[in-house]
Design a protein around this ligand. Structure first.
Ligand code: AMP
Length: 544
């Protein structure tokens, strides 16, 4: 027998409708390119998103078409989050830090029709444009007087588009399983893979963010998302902020200590989300500023994910700011949330050191996500906090397959997705990541493909074999370390190899060090044993 409840579609536009109706004056504050702060209420964001929807209709875009963005965290990018998806069009957020080849690949694979970009990316966009046959319109996110000089086909200013429309538009209703947004994740081999979220998956993930034992986003929070809007939809925070009427503080491109401090202090931020590098940068700046009193800030909670959180960050936030750090774990394929570091009353009764041990873990499994660890044969291991295995996830906001099938089979017959992380789960659901099966380096929250660097390194005439591993780094958490063996009778220096790589990769991809070794360890099947290298060299950069 079926229940007799309404089958109302779960659509992203519902969050904005709610914000407009009940929190229209709660502010969204954005740092603009010139450093000035821009203020608008959720009601204003909603009206502008509706104007944007009308402008997109005028472009002839249809449901399922893709609109790409290359933009920082600002109110305009936020409006695209709602105006594009609410229309049934797919928002394709692109990471502007990627290398030109990757950007070309991703934009072409997504077949985006419109590319919206922050004006400062105009030179990059002008270089890309001749290689993007599907893009018919370029939208500069600013006013007409900010339009770049670069020749771009059908270039329009975002503010002109909005000025030409009124806000008389009602969000359409459609199948909740329709695609809403598209993000690419770095593959360990081959090309980036597209993860295509749906309205339903996004709404369910967002509701989870509002739960007290997950991220507890509520109308009581003023949120500073330092995580970029182009990283997995900024962890879903924009949607949850709209759906609760939280105040949002968007830092633009400025994540330096002084700019962050100003926002934390002047906007009364209570909750911030950022990778550890952002906090380390802020702490370093604070050292140079005598007389600052972080305890006077309203900051009470910090969410950090994407990479393991150093103890120093947790302690400094606790002892100097009076703020609790909650570590979260997830990934693009999980929308991204799988765990959040919340303690239960039983854990809060533990002493400080025992609590610290829990905070250093990757977080506690949240409702809505099933997690398990399995051995190499796929047999589930006990949740005893010590059995190490491959982490698998399943749930309504976990992907079922990669966009256009590129990236291989994503899940097994039972729907389990292999995360590529290795770790343990305990009886309370706390996850500890001990290793990463996928050989990528995560520098300040951004991926560097070890395989790509290795392929380039072996292009050097003296190099026989190359292996890149993630070495721990005090500021960036991980940096690439290149190990090479040389062909018989040949040799190469660190300087020569780095000079060889320099023109071939983005500057921040260059390995921090190169070590020439006599031999690399291999598995029985002839693969380089990265796990062994990580054990031997993970602290190489810290050894000084
Ligand atoms: P992304 O798809 O870029 O969000 O990256 C996801 C990957 O980042 C995961 O598979 C993990 O390897 C890593 N990761 C995410 N959160 C954490 C965390 N709290 N601690 C350690 N690694 C993490």
């Amino acid at each position: 027998m079926l229940g007799l409840m309404q089958q109302r579609e779960l659509l992203i536009s519902s969050f904005l409708d709610y914000a407009e109706a009940y929190h229209p004056t709660v502010e969204v504050v954005s740092r603009l390119r010139d450093g000035a702060l821009h203020r608008i209420g959720w009601g204003g964001i909603a009206a502008r998103a509706r104007k944007l929807a009308k402008a997109l209709q005028r472009f002839g875009l249809r449901r399922g078409d893709r609109v790409a963005t290359l933009a920082w965290n600002t109110h305009r990018h936020l409006e695209l989050f709602f105006g594009v998806t609410g229309s049934g069009i797919v928002l394709h957020t692109v990471n502007p830090r990627l290398f030109a080849d990757q950007l070309r690949y991703i934009l072409n694979h997504a077949d985006s029709s419109v590319l919206c970009f922050d004006v400062e990316f105009a030179p990059l966009v002008a270089d890309l444009a001749p290689h993007l046959p599907s893009v018919h319109t370029y939208v500069a996110l600013g006013h007409r007087d900010e339009l770049p000089d670069h020749p771009l086909p059908n270039l329009v200013a975002y503010e002109d588009l909005l000025d030409a429309e009124d806000a008389d538009f009602a969000w359409p209703r459609f199948d909740e399983n329709s695609a809403s947004s598209l993000c690419y994740t770095s593959g360990t081999t081959g090309n980036p893979k597209g993860v295509l979220y749906s309205h339903r998956s996004t709404v369910l993930h967002t509701l989870s963010l509002m739960a007290v034992d997950t991220m507890a986003i509520s109308a009581r929070e003023t949120i500073l998302p330092c995580a970029p809007l182009f990283h997995v939809n900024c962890w879903g925070i924009p949607y949850a902020a709209a759906g609760t009427g939280a105040k949002l503080v968007l830092p633009g491109s400025r994540l330096d200590g002084a700019s962050l401090w100003e926002l934390l202090r002047d906007e009364g931020v209570t909750f911030a989300a950022a990778v550890p590098t952002v906090w380390l940068t802020l702490f370093a700046w604070m050292e140079q500023q005598p007389g600052l009193d972080p305890a006077a800030l309203k900051l009470r909670r910090v969410l950090s994910g994407g990479t393991a959180v150093p103890r120093l960050v947790i302690e400094t936030l606790r002892d100097r700011f009076g703020a609790t750090l909650q570590q979260a774990w997830g990934m693009t394929e999980l929308s991204p949330l799988g765990t959040v570091g919340n303690l239960t009353p039983r854990h809060e009764a533990l002493d400080a050191e025992a609590q610290m041990a829990l905070r250093l873990k990757q977080g506690r499994t949240i409702y809505g996500i099933e997690l398990r660890v399995v051995d190499e044969a796929g047999t589930p291991l006990p949740r005893d906090g010590s059995s190490v295995g491959l982490v698998q996830a399943r749930g309504p906001w976990v992907l079922s397959g990669y966009f256009k099938g590129v990236g291989g089979q994503a899940v097994d017959a039972d729907g389990w997705f292999g995360t590529g992380d290795v770790g343990t789960l305990d009886a309370d659901g706390f996850l500890t990541i001990t290793d990463r099966a996928k050989d990528v380096v995560k520098s300040g929250g951004e991926w560097i493909s070890s395989i790509e660097l290795e392929n380039l390194a072996v292009g050097h005439p003296a190099v026989r074999e190359a292996a890149v591993i993630a070495a721990r780094h005090p500021r960036w958490q991980e940096r690439p370390l290149l190990l090479v063996t040389c062909k018989d009778g040949r040799s190469v220096t660190r300087t020569e190899l780095l000079a060889f790589l320099e023109p071939k990769v983005a500057k921040w991809w260059l390995p921090d060090d190169v070590i020439c070794v006599d031999a690399l360890p291999h598995t029985a099947t002839g693969k380089v044993q990265k796990a062994q290298l990580r054990r031997d060299y993970a602290d190489w950069l810290e050894r000084g």
